[in-house]
Design a protein around this ligand. Structure first.
Ligand code: NAD
Ligand code: UGA
Length: 469
């Protein structure tokens, strides 16, 4: 029986390994982590992450060929293939701070693999890493190898949160990069056979190591660039009377452009787009390519512009002040169907409103009060560096409340801001919400999910991204 161990039981490690266990009953999969609460949660009825379809799979496989453990060294020692799926945040201090990837977690995992291994292993980069990371990891592994052979592969993950299970079941492609040596080809083939249990072989792309590493950064940069492009257009739509939904539909029907990922929004969030583009920018700068770096930096600049523009729109529409006005925030997660708040645009919007002394009342179906308060107290990029947590200032605490009900959040509010496209927000009773709000009652739809005309008929003053005012 092939044994797989995955270091890092997070949003990628957990679902990816659960699907491998489900699709490959002959493989024993152990997911390990240094975080005791996280592993406890994986072994409980309340999994540490919310992802549609995940719970069923975990229940089917857990205890049979899927195990969650904090005994990292034991499982690494016993494994034939070790996936490394630890976090690779943006550095907050030192060389490259605010841009470069912090590979501390990766390096410590690699050193541990080298220390505890007693047999040959394939080590798979699952985390998103800067191009050429495998070279550094190889040096660490080989340096301590005691004659043990390691083959390093790059197998970046392309799943999106909220649809992780569907993405893992039917990936557009699986990408595996390896050394172009007989041993490298053999390792690539071994990993390919794992995926071939459910992925058609013509969808398993094999490349050299550096192409695989760079393709991941490139894919995220291209995806984020589409959102910044349509968001840039949304600003122009508002100035000209064009409607961004109509424009993106018209543009997206060109089969060379395609219709996906063209929804204008308050800005993209999530743990990866910004981090990976900043990392790409840094790599370009380090390689003496300032023009290329500047090009990709614009994707982030437009995203920041879009979030600021949204806050400015709220404040200016509400007679230039939101001081002491209750503003209801519907949705805090970075997208629907997840409880993940990493880099969610809601953080920037809420901080902008708090800066203007608004009283904000937040409702999200999957995000806890504790999480929201933590997020609002944190500095940029600190979410992935738990040691930097700081308490929220007492004034800010007074300005924020979190509810478990959209109607409570909107009661007596002057404005409602929709920041996540949760389906349930579309079917709320907006007449009831309007009746219980201060007048004039404003709605700012940061996701373009609402029927603007219907809301205007009720009496709301409505602002929807990229739509005629
Ligand atoms: P995460 O923070 O949810 O999980 C990482 C886990 O690694 C944490 O539980 C942490 O405790 C653990 N860890 C860190 N160092 C460790 C060590 N030395 N030993 C054992 N465990 C350790 O992160 P994630 O969202 O799963 O992302 C992981 C990687 O995958 C990142 O590089 C990210 O860019 C990439 N990625 C993420 C997504 C996504 O949707 N979240 C998608 C594709 C790729
Ligand atoms: C993204 C990529 O889609 C995955 O392929 C990749 O594996 C992952 O990043 C990663 O590397 O972490 P994810 O961040 O989970 O996945 O979710 P997306 O669906 O890509 O959404 C990202 C953000 O963009 C969300 O805030 C979403 O609301 C926003 N978005 C998305 C838009 O504003 N408009 C769109 O048209 C699409």
């Amino acid at each position: 029986m092939v044994k797989i161990c995955c270091i890092g039981a997070g949003y990628v490690g957990g679902p990816t390994m659960a699907v491998i266990a489900l699709k490959c009953p002959d493989i024993e999969v152990a997911v390990v982590d240094i975080s005791v609460p996280r592993i406890d949660a994986w072994n409980s009825d309340k999994l540490p992450i919310y992802e549609p379809g995940l719970e069923d799979i975990v229940k089917q496989c857990r205890g049979k060929n899927l195990f969650f453990s904090t005994d990292v060294e034991k499982h690494v020692r016993e494994a034939d293939i070790v996936f490394v799926s630890v976090n690779t945040p943006t550095k907050t201090t030192g060389l490259g701070a605010g841009k470069a990837a912090d590979l501390t977690y990766w390096e410590s995992a690699a050193r541990m693999i080298a220390d505890v291994s007693v047999s040959d292993k394939i080590v798979v980069e699952k985390s998103t890493v800067p191009v050429k990371t495998a070279e550094a990891i190889e040096k660490i592994l080989m340096h301590n190898s005691k004659g043990i052979k390691f083959q390093i592969l790059s197998n970046p993950e392309f799943l999106a949160e909220g649809t992780a299970i569907a993405d893992l079941f039917n990936p557009d492609r699986v990408l595996i990069g390896g050394r172009e040596t007989p041993e490298g080809f053999k390792a690539v083939q071994t990993l390919k056979e794992v995926y071939a249990n459910w992925v058609p072989v013509d969808q398993i792309i094999t490349t050299n190591l550096w192409s695989a590493e760079l393709s991941k950064l490139a894919a995220n940069a291209f995806l984020a660039q589409r959102i910044s492009s349509v968001n840039a257009m949304s600003a122009l739509c508002e100035s000209t009377g064009a409607d961004v939904t109509q424009v993106s539909y018209a543009v997206g029907t060109d089969s060379r452009i395609g219709s996906k990922f063209l929804n204008a929004s308050v800005g993209f969030g999530g743990s990866c787009f910004q981090k990976d583009i900043l990392n790409l920018v840094y790599i370009c700068q380090c390689n003496g390519l300032p023009e290329v770096a500047e090009y990709w930096k614009q994707v982030i600049k437009i995203n920041d512009y879009q979030k600021n523009r949204f806050v400015n729109r709220i404040v200016s529409s509400m007679f230039n002040t939101v001081s002491n006005k209750k503003v209801a925030i519907l949705g805090f997660a970075f997208k629907k169907d997840t409880g993940d708040t990493r880099e969610t645009p809601a953080i920037d919007v809420c901080k902008g409103l708090l800066g203007d002394k608004a009283l904000i009342s937040i409702y999200d179906p999957q995000v806890t009060e504790k999480q929201i308060m933590r997020d609002l107290a944190m500095k940029k990029f600190d979410w992935d560096h738990p040691l930097h947590l700081q308490p929220m200032s007492p004034t800010t605490v007074k300005q924020v409340s979190v509810t478990w009900d959209a109607y409570a959040a909107t009661k007596d509010a002057h404005a409602v801001c929709i920041l996540t496209e949760w389906d349930e927000f579309k079917s709320l009773d907006y007449q009831k919400i309007f009746d219980n709000m201060q007048k004039p009652a404003f709605i700012f739809d940061g996701r373009n999910i609402m029927n603007v005309n219907k809301l205007r008929e009720i009496g709301f003053i409505v602002y929807s991204i990229g739509k005629p005012l």
